[in-house]
Design a binder for this molecule. Structure first.
Ligand code: SF4
Ligand code: SF4
Length: 504
Protein backbone atom coordinates (compact mmCIF):
# COMPACT_ATOMS: atom_id res chain seq x y z
CA UNK A 1 0.00 0.00 0.00
CA UNK A 2 1.05 3.54 -0.59
CA UNK A 3 0.15 6.23 1.93
CA UNK A 4 -1.31 8.11 -1.06
CA UNK A 5 -4.31 5.77 -0.70
CA UNK A 6 -5.26 7.69 2.45
CA UNK A 7 -5.92 10.80 0.41
CA UNK A 8 -9.49 11.22 -0.69
CA UNK A 9 -10.39 12.80 -4.02
CA UNK A 10 -12.15 12.26 -7.29
CA UNK A 11 -9.29 10.31 -8.77
CA UNK A 12 -9.22 7.67 -6.04
CA UNK A 13 -11.49 4.66 -5.97
CA UNK A 14 -11.49 3.13 -2.47
CA UNK A 15 -12.53 -0.32 -3.74
CA UNK A 16 -9.70 -0.41 -6.29
CA UNK A 17 -7.25 0.64 -3.57
CA UNK A 18 -8.52 -2.12 -1.27
CA UNK A 19 -8.20 -4.74 -4.02
CA UNK A 20 -4.68 -3.55 -4.85
CA UNK A 21 -3.69 -3.53 -1.19
CA UNK A 22 -4.73 -7.17 -0.91
CA UNK A 23 -2.72 -8.04 -3.99
CA UNK A 24 -5.65 -9.14 -6.13
CA UNK A 25 -5.16 -9.14 -9.87
CA UNK A 26 -7.77 -9.97 -12.48
CA UNK A 27 -7.18 -13.34 -14.14
CA UNK A 28 -8.25 -11.93 -17.49
CA UNK A 29 -8.31 -8.50 -19.02
CA UNK A 30 -5.55 -6.77 -17.00
CA UNK A 31 -4.68 -3.44 -18.51
CA UNK A 32 -1.48 -1.50 -18.91
CA UNK A 33 -1.61 2.04 -20.23
CA UNK A 34 0.55 2.56 -23.29
CA UNK A 35 0.79 6.30 -23.95
CA UNK A 36 3.74 7.54 -25.96
CA UNK A 37 4.27 10.62 -23.78
CA UNK A 38 4.83 10.72 -20.04
CA UNK A 39 1.47 11.14 -18.32
CA UNK A 40 2.60 11.35 -14.69
CA UNK A 41 3.44 15.03 -14.29
CA UNK A 42 5.58 14.53 -11.16
CA UNK A 43 7.62 11.73 -12.79
CA UNK A 44 10.18 13.91 -14.61
CA UNK A 45 10.60 16.15 -11.53
CA UNK A 46 11.31 13.15 -9.31
CA UNK A 47 13.69 11.69 -11.90
CA UNK A 48 15.54 15.01 -12.19
CA UNK A 49 15.91 15.17 -8.39
CA UNK A 50 17.15 11.59 -8.29
CA UNK A 51 19.77 12.41 -10.89
CA UNK A 52 21.37 15.19 -8.84
CA UNK A 53 24.70 14.46 -7.11
CA UNK A 54 24.29 13.16 -3.58
CA UNK A 55 26.02 14.65 -0.52
CA UNK A 56 29.72 13.96 -0.86
CA UNK A 57 29.66 14.69 -4.57
CA UNK A 58 28.99 11.21 -5.92
CA UNK A 59 26.64 11.05 -8.88
CA UNK A 60 23.65 8.78 -8.60
CA UNK A 61 22.46 6.57 -11.35
CA UNK A 62 20.55 8.68 -13.81
CA UNK A 63 17.00 7.37 -13.86
CA UNK A 64 15.64 9.49 -16.68
CA UNK A 65 11.89 9.48 -17.20
CA UNK A 66 11.15 6.39 -19.21
CA UNK A 67 9.05 8.25 -21.78
CA UNK A 68 9.42 11.42 -23.83
CA UNK A 69 7.84 14.53 -22.34
CA UNK A 70 5.36 16.95 -23.81
CA UNK A 71 7.05 20.30 -24.26
CA UNK A 72 4.70 21.85 -21.68
CA UNK A 73 5.73 19.23 -19.12
CA UNK A 74 9.39 19.89 -19.87
CA UNK A 75 8.94 23.60 -19.15
CA UNK A 76 6.94 22.91 -16.03
CA UNK A 77 9.58 20.48 -14.75
CA UNK A 78 12.34 23.04 -15.23
CA UNK A 79 10.24 25.53 -13.24
CA UNK A 80 9.56 22.90 -10.56
CA UNK A 81 13.29 22.25 -10.14
CA UNK A 82 13.90 25.97 -9.61
CA UNK A 83 11.12 26.11 -7.03
CA UNK A 84 12.54 23.12 -5.20
CA UNK A 85 15.95 24.77 -5.02
CA UNK A 86 14.32 27.97 -3.74
CA UNK A 87 12.25 26.14 -1.12
CA UNK A 88 15.19 24.11 0.17
CA UNK A 89 18.43 26.00 -0.46
CA UNK A 90 21.64 24.05 0.06
CA UNK A 91 22.60 24.35 3.73
CA UNK A 92 25.62 22.38 4.90
CA UNK A 93 24.53 22.80 8.55
CA UNK A 94 21.31 20.93 7.96
CA UNK A 95 23.23 17.91 6.72
CA UNK A 96 20.18 16.23 5.24
CA UNK A 97 20.63 14.23 2.08
CA UNK A 98 18.44 12.07 -0.14
CA UNK A 99 18.24 8.43 0.87
CA UNK A 100 19.00 5.84 -1.76
CA UNK A 101 16.05 3.58 -0.96
CA UNK A 102 12.78 5.13 0.26
CA UNK A 103 11.55 3.72 3.57
CA UNK A 104 9.00 0.99 3.74
CA UNK A 105 7.08 -0.16 6.78
CA UNK A 106 6.32 -3.90 6.88
CA UNK A 107 3.88 -5.72 9.09
CA UNK A 108 3.06 -9.40 9.38
CA UNK A 109 -0.54 -9.99 10.42
CA UNK A 110 -0.64 -13.45 11.97
CA UNK A 111 -2.64 -16.38 10.54
CA UNK A 112 -5.35 -14.85 8.38
CA UNK A 113 -5.43 -15.95 4.74
CA UNK A 114 -1.97 -17.38 4.10
CA UNK A 115 0.14 -19.82 6.14
CA UNK A 116 2.36 -17.73 8.38
CA UNK A 117 0.11 -14.67 7.99
CA UNK A 118 -0.39 -11.81 5.58
CA UNK A 119 2.41 -9.41 5.00
CA UNK A 120 1.56 -5.73 4.51
CA UNK A 121 3.92 -3.06 3.29
CA UNK A 122 3.29 0.65 3.53
CA UNK A 123 5.34 2.97 1.36
CA UNK A 124 5.73 6.72 1.03
CA UNK A 125 6.22 8.72 -2.13
CA UNK A 126 8.10 12.00 -2.17
CA UNK A 127 11.60 13.21 -1.51
CA UNK A 128 13.05 11.16 1.35
CA UNK A 129 15.98 12.68 3.23
CA UNK A 130 17.85 11.88 6.40
CA UNK A 131 20.63 13.28 8.55
CA UNK A 132 24.10 11.76 8.39
CA UNK A 133 23.62 9.31 11.27
CA UNK A 134 19.97 8.75 10.48
CA UNK A 135 18.68 10.48 13.63
CA UNK A 136 16.38 12.76 11.58
CA UNK A 137 14.15 11.66 8.74
CA UNK A 138 12.34 14.15 6.52
CA UNK A 139 9.71 13.49 3.88
CA UNK A 140 9.11 16.30 1.38
CA UNK A 141 5.84 15.95 -0.49
CA UNK A 142 5.65 17.79 -3.81
CA UNK A 143 2.31 19.33 -4.80
CA UNK A 144 1.51 21.90 -7.49
CA UNK A 145 0.11 24.42 -5.00
CA UNK A 146 -0.60 24.22 -1.30
CA UNK A 147 -4.31 23.51 -0.86
CA UNK A 148 -6.50 25.60 1.41
CA UNK A 149 -6.65 22.64 3.76
CA UNK A 150 -3.76 20.34 4.64
CA UNK A 151 -4.10 16.67 3.61
CA UNK A 152 -6.21 14.39 5.86
CA UNK A 153 -4.84 13.49 9.29
CA UNK A 154 -4.92 9.80 8.41
CA UNK A 155 -2.56 10.43 5.48
CA UNK A 156 -0.12 12.36 7.69
CA UNK A 157 -0.38 9.67 10.38
CA UNK A 158 0.34 6.84 7.92
CA UNK A 159 3.34 8.71 6.54
CA UNK A 160 4.55 9.37 10.09
CA UNK A 161 4.42 5.63 10.79
CA UNK A 162 6.54 4.82 7.73
CA UNK A 163 9.13 7.42 8.70
CA UNK A 164 9.21 6.29 12.33
CA UNK A 165 9.40 2.57 11.70
CA UNK A 166 10.28 2.01 8.06
CA UNK A 167 13.36 0.19 6.76
CA UNK A 168 16.12 0.44 5.69
CA UNK A 169 18.27 2.33 8.15
CA UNK A 170 18.33 2.88 11.91
CA UNK A 171 15.16 4.12 13.53
CA UNK A 172 15.18 7.91 13.76
CA UNK A 173 14.79 10.10 16.81
CA UNK A 174 12.94 12.80 14.93
CA UNK A 175 10.48 12.80 12.03
CA UNK A 176 9.40 15.65 9.78
CA UNK A 177 6.81 15.73 7.00
CA UNK A 178 6.70 18.77 4.75
CA UNK A 179 4.53 19.73 1.81
CA UNK A 180 6.07 22.02 -0.77
CA UNK A 181 4.54 23.74 -3.78
CA UNK A 182 6.32 23.38 -7.09
CA UNK A 183 4.58 26.47 -8.45
CA UNK A 184 5.70 29.08 -5.92
CA UNK A 185 8.11 27.28 -3.54
CA UNK A 186 5.73 27.68 -0.58
CA UNK A 187 6.25 25.19 2.22
CA UNK A 188 3.92 23.80 4.92
CA UNK A 189 5.06 21.61 7.81
CA UNK A 190 2.57 18.79 8.33
CA UNK A 191 4.33 17.00 11.16
CA UNK A 192 7.45 17.63 13.20
CA UNK A 193 8.02 15.49 16.26
CA UNK A 194 9.82 12.67 17.98
CA UNK A 195 9.55 9.07 16.87
CA UNK A 196 7.21 8.36 19.80
CA UNK A 197 4.98 11.26 18.82
CA UNK A 198 4.88 9.95 15.26
CA UNK A 199 3.76 6.52 16.49
CA UNK A 200 1.13 8.10 18.74
CA UNK A 201 -0.19 10.08 15.76
CA UNK A 202 -0.53 6.87 13.81
CA UNK A 203 -2.38 5.16 16.67
CA UNK A 204 -4.79 8.11 16.98
CA UNK A 205 -5.47 8.90 13.33
CA UNK A 206 -4.04 6.19 11.11
CA UNK A 207 -4.91 2.77 12.44
CA UNK A 208 -8.69 2.93 12.06
CA UNK A 209 -8.34 4.57 8.65
CA UNK A 210 -6.06 1.74 7.51
CA UNK A 211 -8.63 -0.89 8.48
CA UNK A 212 -11.39 1.08 6.74
CA UNK A 213 -9.26 1.35 3.63
CA UNK A 214 -8.54 -2.38 3.51
CA UNK A 215 -12.22 -3.24 3.97
CA UNK A 216 -13.67 -0.62 1.64
CA UNK A 217 -16.19 -1.77 -0.92
CA UNK A 218 -17.00 1.69 -2.19
CA UNK A 219 -16.52 1.76 -5.94
CA UNK A 220 -16.07 5.30 -7.21
CA UNK A 221 -16.07 5.32 -11.02
CA UNK A 222 -14.34 8.24 -12.69
CA UNK A 223 -11.41 9.16 -14.88
CA UNK A 224 -9.23 6.75 -12.89
CA UNK A 225 -11.14 3.80 -14.38
CA UNK A 226 -9.13 4.26 -17.59
CA UNK A 227 -5.99 3.17 -15.77
CA UNK A 228 -7.63 0.64 -13.48
CA UNK A 229 -6.57 -2.98 -13.83
CA UNK A 230 -10.00 -4.13 -12.60
CA UNK A 231 -11.97 -2.20 -15.23
CA UNK A 232 -12.82 -5.26 -17.31
CA UNK A 233 -14.26 -7.07 -14.28
CA UNK A 234 -15.54 -4.10 -12.31
CA UNK A 235 -19.12 -4.59 -11.08
CA UNK A 236 -20.06 -0.90 -11.25
CA UNK A 237 -18.30 0.50 -14.31
CA UNK A 238 -21.10 0.46 -16.87
CA UNK A 239 -20.26 -0.55 -20.43
CA UNK A 240 -21.63 1.42 -23.35
CA UNK A 241 -20.08 -0.07 -26.51
CA UNK A 242 -20.39 2.25 -29.48
CA UNK A 243 -21.46 5.29 -27.43
CA UNK A 244 -18.93 7.56 -29.15
CA UNK A 245 -19.51 6.14 -32.62
CA UNK A 246 -15.87 5.04 -33.05
CA UNK A 247 -15.30 1.61 -34.62
CA UNK A 248 -11.67 1.05 -33.76
CA UNK A 249 -10.04 1.48 -30.38
CA UNK A 250 -7.09 3.83 -29.88
CA UNK A 251 -3.64 2.54 -28.92
CA UNK A 252 -4.49 2.49 -25.25
CA UNK A 253 -7.48 3.00 -22.99
CA UNK A 254 -8.11 6.67 -22.20
CA UNK A 255 -10.71 8.76 -20.44
CA UNK A 256 -12.59 11.60 -22.03
CA UNK A 257 -15.01 14.34 -21.06
CA UNK A 258 -16.69 17.00 -23.15
CA UNK A 259 -14.55 19.64 -21.44
CA UNK A 260 -11.43 17.86 -22.63
CA UNK A 261 -12.93 17.47 -26.07
CA UNK A 262 -13.55 21.20 -26.29
CA UNK A 263 -10.07 22.03 -25.02
CA UNK A 264 -8.57 19.68 -27.58
CA UNK A 265 -10.58 21.24 -30.37
CA UNK A 266 -9.17 24.66 -29.48
CA UNK A 267 -5.61 23.43 -28.97
CA UNK A 268 -4.31 19.88 -28.41
CA UNK A 269 -1.39 21.16 -26.29
CA UNK A 270 -3.78 22.95 -23.96
CA UNK A 271 -5.82 19.80 -23.44
CA UNK A 272 -2.71 17.76 -22.76
CA UNK A 273 -1.41 20.27 -20.21
CA UNK A 274 -4.77 20.34 -18.49
CA UNK A 275 -4.82 16.56 -18.37
CA UNK A 276 -1.39 16.66 -16.76
CA UNK A 277 -2.87 19.09 -14.18
CA UNK A 278 -0.17 21.67 -14.78
CA UNK A 279 -1.02 24.82 -12.81
CA UNK A 280 -3.26 27.19 -14.72
CA UNK A 281 -3.36 30.99 -14.73
CA UNK A 282 -5.62 32.34 -11.97
CA UNK A 283 -6.59 35.41 -13.98
CA UNK A 284 -8.20 33.10 -16.57
CA UNK A 285 -9.44 30.32 -14.30
CA UNK A 286 -10.90 32.73 -11.80
CA UNK A 287 -12.04 35.56 -14.03
CA UNK A 288 -15.05 37.21 -12.29
CA UNK A 289 -17.57 35.97 -14.87
CA UNK A 290 -16.25 32.40 -14.61
CA UNK A 291 -16.44 32.46 -10.82
CA UNK A 292 -19.94 33.96 -10.99
CA UNK A 293 -21.05 30.96 -13.08
CA UNK A 294 -19.47 28.53 -10.63
CA UNK A 295 -21.03 30.31 -7.65
CA UNK A 296 -24.48 30.15 -9.29
CA UNK A 297 -24.11 26.43 -9.95
CA UNK A 298 -23.01 25.85 -6.35
CA UNK A 299 -25.93 27.89 -4.99
CA UNK A 300 -28.49 26.01 -7.08
CA UNK A 301 -26.92 22.61 -6.33
CA UNK A 302 -27.25 23.37 -2.62
CA UNK A 303 -30.87 24.56 -2.94
CA UNK A 304 -31.97 21.70 -5.17
CA UNK A 305 -30.11 19.03 -3.25
CA UNK A 306 -30.84 19.66 0.40
CA UNK A 307 -33.93 18.40 2.21
CA UNK A 308 -37.23 17.88 0.49
CA UNK A 309 -37.53 19.49 -2.96
CA UNK A 310 -38.59 23.16 -2.85
CA UNK A 311 -38.95 25.21 -6.02
CA UNK A 312 -36.72 28.29 -6.07
CA UNK A 313 -38.47 31.64 -5.73
CA UNK A 314 -37.65 35.19 -6.80
CA UNK A 315 -36.68 35.95 -3.21
CA UNK A 316 -32.94 35.54 -3.59
CA UNK A 317 -31.05 36.25 -0.37
CA UNK A 318 -28.84 39.32 -0.32
CA UNK A 319 -25.84 37.17 0.58
CA UNK A 320 -26.50 34.40 -1.91
CA UNK A 321 -22.84 33.78 -2.82
CA UNK A 322 -21.82 30.41 -1.31
CA UNK A 323 -18.85 30.03 1.01
CA UNK A 324 -15.54 29.71 -0.78
CA UNK A 325 -16.45 32.18 -3.54
CA UNK A 326 -15.57 35.83 -3.75
CA UNK A 327 -17.37 37.97 -6.32
CA UNK A 328 -17.10 41.67 -7.12
CA UNK A 329 -20.26 43.62 -6.35
CA UNK A 330 -21.32 43.87 -10.02
CA UNK A 331 -21.10 40.09 -10.50
CA UNK A 332 -22.94 39.45 -7.23
CA UNK A 333 -25.77 41.73 -8.33
CA UNK A 334 -25.91 40.16 -11.80
CA UNK A 335 -25.92 36.69 -10.22
CA UNK A 336 -28.93 37.61 -8.05
CA UNK A 337 -30.76 38.89 -11.13
CA UNK A 338 -30.06 35.65 -13.03
CA UNK A 339 -31.24 33.58 -10.08
CA UNK A 340 -34.54 35.47 -9.98
CA UNK A 341 -35.02 34.50 -13.64
CA UNK A 342 -34.34 30.86 -12.78
CA UNK A 343 -37.30 30.76 -10.38
CA UNK A 344 -39.74 30.66 -13.32
CA UNK A 345 -38.27 27.44 -14.72
CA UNK A 346 -36.90 25.78 -11.59
CA UNK A 347 -37.07 22.00 -12.17
CA UNK A 348 -38.09 21.42 -8.56
CA UNK A 349 -41.61 22.43 -9.62
CA UNK A 350 -41.91 18.99 -11.18
CA UNK A 351 -40.28 16.96 -8.41
CA UNK A 352 -42.12 15.45 -5.46
CA UNK A 353 -39.45 13.36 -3.77
CA UNK A 354 -35.76 13.95 -2.96
CA UNK A 355 -35.06 10.43 -4.28
CA UNK A 356 -35.92 11.76 -7.74
CA UNK A 357 -33.08 14.31 -7.75
CA UNK A 358 -29.38 13.79 -8.49
CA UNK A 359 -27.28 16.93 -8.18
CA UNK A 360 -24.18 17.06 -10.36
CA UNK A 361 -23.88 13.26 -10.46
CA UNK A 362 -20.96 11.62 -12.17
CA UNK A 363 -22.10 9.57 -15.16
CA UNK A 364 -19.28 7.25 -16.18
CA UNK A 365 -19.45 4.81 -19.10
CA UNK A 366 -16.85 2.59 -20.69
CA UNK A 367 -17.17 2.61 -24.46
CA UNK A 368 -15.51 -0.76 -25.02
CA UNK A 369 -15.41 -0.30 -28.80
CA UNK A 370 -13.41 2.92 -28.62
CA UNK A 371 -11.66 1.87 -25.36
CA UNK A 372 -12.58 5.21 -23.84
CA UNK A 373 -13.96 5.85 -20.36
CA UNK A 374 -16.45 8.69 -20.80
CA UNK A 375 -16.99 10.96 -17.79
CA UNK A 376 -19.96 13.35 -17.76
CA UNK A 377 -21.31 15.56 -15.00
CA UNK A 378 -24.84 16.82 -15.69
CA UNK A 379 -25.82 19.86 -13.66
CA UNK A 380 -28.91 17.99 -12.54
CA UNK A 381 -30.80 14.78 -13.23
CA UNK A 382 -34.38 14.58 -12.04
CA UNK A 383 -37.20 12.17 -12.54
CA UNK A 384 -40.40 13.46 -14.04
CA UNK A 385 -43.21 10.90 -14.21
CA UNK A 386 -40.70 8.03 -14.13
CA UNK A 387 -38.47 9.42 -16.89
CA UNK A 388 -35.03 10.91 -16.31
CA UNK A 389 -34.54 14.51 -17.37
CA UNK A 390 -31.01 15.80 -17.93
CA UNK A 391 -30.83 19.52 -17.08
CA UNK A 392 -27.86 21.67 -18.10
CA UNK A 393 -27.66 25.26 -17.03
CA UNK A 394 -25.67 28.15 -18.42
CA UNK A 395 -25.44 31.80 -17.50
CA UNK A 396 -24.89 34.62 -19.97
CA UNK A 397 -24.10 38.24 -19.25
CA UNK A 398 -25.76 39.36 -22.52
CA UNK A 399 -29.19 38.75 -23.94
CA UNK A 400 -28.26 38.03 -27.56
CA UNK A 401 -28.10 34.29 -28.24
CA UNK A 402 -25.57 32.87 -30.71
CA UNK A 403 -26.55 31.65 -34.19
CA UNK A 404 -24.49 28.45 -34.02
CA UNK A 405 -26.40 25.15 -33.74
CA UNK A 406 -27.03 24.36 -30.08
CA UNK A 407 -25.37 20.93 -30.10
CA UNK A 408 -22.16 22.36 -31.59
CA UNK A 409 -22.08 25.21 -29.12
CA UNK A 410 -22.69 22.95 -26.16
CA UNK A 411 -21.42 19.44 -26.93
CA UNK A 412 -22.37 18.31 -23.42
CA UNK A 413 -25.93 18.34 -24.75
CA UNK A 414 -24.88 16.09 -27.64
CA UNK A 415 -23.41 13.56 -25.23
CA UNK A 416 -26.56 13.73 -23.14
CA UNK A 417 -28.63 12.99 -26.26
CA UNK A 418 -26.52 9.92 -27.04
CA UNK A 419 -26.80 8.56 -23.52
CA UNK A 420 -30.54 9.14 -23.17
CA UNK A 421 -31.25 7.77 -26.64
CA UNK A 422 -29.70 4.46 -25.54
CA UNK A 423 -31.98 4.38 -22.50
CA UNK A 424 -28.77 4.44 -20.55
CA UNK A 425 -30.05 6.08 -17.38
CA UNK A 426 -33.03 3.76 -16.98
CA UNK A 427 -36.51 4.99 -16.11
CA UNK A 428 -39.39 5.36 -18.57
CA UNK A 429 -37.60 5.97 -21.87
CA UNK A 430 -40.36 7.70 -23.79
CA UNK A 431 -40.40 10.90 -21.74
CA UNK A 432 -36.67 11.19 -21.15
CA UNK A 433 -35.40 14.54 -22.39
CA UNK A 434 -32.69 17.13 -22.14
CA UNK A 435 -33.45 20.60 -20.85
CA UNK A 436 -31.05 23.41 -21.54
CA UNK A 437 -31.59 26.37 -19.28
CA UNK A 438 -29.97 29.69 -20.11
CA UNK A 439 -30.09 32.47 -17.52
CA UNK A 440 -29.77 35.91 -19.10
CA UNK A 441 -30.24 39.34 -17.53
CA UNK A 442 -33.50 39.75 -19.45
CA UNK A 443 -34.94 36.44 -18.17
CA UNK A 444 -34.53 32.69 -18.39
CA UNK A 445 -34.89 30.53 -21.50
CA UNK A 446 -35.32 26.83 -21.73
CA UNK A 447 -34.74 24.60 -24.76
CA UNK A 448 -36.01 21.03 -24.80
CA UNK A 449 -34.22 18.34 -26.79
CA UNK A 450 -35.87 15.04 -27.57
CA UNK A 451 -33.18 12.34 -27.85
CA UNK A 452 -35.56 10.04 -29.72
CA UNK A 453 -35.91 12.33 -32.74
CA UNK A 454 -33.64 10.72 -35.39
CA UNK A 455 -32.29 14.08 -36.68
CA UNK A 456 -31.33 15.16 -33.16
CA UNK A 457 -29.66 11.81 -32.52
CA UNK A 458 -27.72 11.97 -35.82
CA UNK A 459 -26.56 15.55 -35.23
CA UNK A 460 -25.45 14.66 -31.69
CA UNK A 461 -23.49 11.65 -32.96
CA UNK A 462 -21.73 13.84 -35.51
CA UNK A 463 -20.76 16.47 -32.92
CA UNK A 464 -19.32 13.91 -30.49
CA UNK A 465 -17.54 11.99 -33.24
CA UNK A 466 -15.76 15.15 -34.41
CA UNK A 467 -14.64 15.93 -30.86
CA UNK A 468 -13.33 12.46 -30.08
CA UNK A 469 -12.04 11.12 -33.40
CA UNK A 470 -8.83 13.04 -33.90
CA UNK A 471 -7.97 13.17 -30.21
CA UNK A 472 -8.19 9.39 -29.91
CA UNK A 473 -5.34 8.86 -32.39
CA UNK A 474 -3.20 11.82 -31.30
CA UNK A 475 -0.07 10.97 -29.32
CA UNK A 476 1.84 14.24 -29.57
CA UNK A 477 -0.61 17.04 -28.71
CA UNK A 478 1.08 19.78 -30.69
CA UNK A 479 0.22 23.41 -29.90
CA UNK A 480 -2.17 25.16 -32.24
CA UNK A 481 -1.48 28.87 -31.77
CA UNK A 482 -4.31 31.21 -32.61
CA UNK A 483 -6.73 33.66 -31.13
CA UNK A 484 -7.29 31.40 -28.12
CA UNK A 485 -3.71 31.96 -26.96
CA UNK A 486 -4.65 35.36 -25.52
CA UNK A 487 -6.96 33.74 -22.97
CA UNK A 488 -5.10 30.48 -22.52
CA UNK A 489 -4.74 29.29 -18.96
CA UNK A 490 -1.72 27.08 -19.75
CA UNK A 491 0.14 29.61 -21.91
CA UNK A 492 2.87 29.95 -19.29
CA UNK A 493 4.13 26.44 -20.09
CA UNK A 494 3.72 26.71 -23.85
CA UNK A 495 6.49 27.72 -26.25
CA UNK A 496 3.83 29.14 -28.56
CA UNK A 497 2.17 31.11 -25.77
CA UNK A 498 1.71 34.88 -26.06
CA UNK A 499 4.38 35.90 -23.53
CA UNK A 500 7.05 33.83 -25.17
CA UNK A 501 6.07 34.94 -28.64
CA UNK A 502 6.62 38.53 -27.56
CA UNK A 503 9.90 37.68 -25.83
CA UNK A 504 11.36 36.17 -28.96
S1 SF4 B 1 -12.97 0.34 -12.81
FE1 SF4 B 1 -13.29 2.29 -11.75
S2 SF4 B 1 -14.92 1.92 -10.24
FE2 SF4 B 1 -14.15 -0.09 -10.93
S3 SF4 B 1 -12.59 -0.63 -9.42
FE3 SF4 B 1 -11.53 0.38 -11.10
S4 SF4 B 1 -11.44 2.56 -10.50
FE4 SF4 B 1 -12.98 1.56 -9.19
S1 SF4 C 1 -0.84 29.34 -25.66
FE1 SF4 C 1 -1.92 28.92 -27.56
S2 SF4 C 1 -0.74 27.28 -28.52
FE2 SF4 C 1 -0.11 27.35 -26.37
S3 SF4 C 1 -1.43 25.89 -25.32
FE3 SF4 C 1 -2.44 27.85 -25.18
S4 SF4 C 1 -3.84 27.93 -26.93
FE4 SF4 C 1 -2.34 26.31 -27.31
Amino acid sequence: MSVGMFKAGDFRCPAADALKARGYEPVLGGHRRRERLEQFAFGPFMAACDARPRAGGELTENPRPSKPMHDGLRRWTAHAMESYAAAFPEDPDLSLSDVETPWRYSHLAAGTRTPGGDEYHLTVWGRCLQSREGAVRELRLPVNRLGRQPPPESFIAAAALVLAEGAPGPRPERVRIIEFALLDAKVRVLFDGTREEALATYRNHGRAALTALLDSQEYRPGAGCADCMYASVCPVLRRAPGLLGIDEPGRTRRWWSVTNGRNYQVCPARDQMRRLHLPTADEVEHAPAVDRGRALHAYLAERHGSGSPRPCTVKVPEQWVPEGFELPEAERALGAQLLRGHAAICPMRLVRDAADVRNEPRVVRHDTMAEVVVVARPDLLYRDGGAWVWREMKTAARDKPSDRPLLEQYPQLALAVLLLARGDLGGTPGRARIEFEVLRPGGADIEILDPFVPEVRTAAGRVVHVLVGRWLRDENYAPRPGRACDRCETARWCASGPTLQVAR
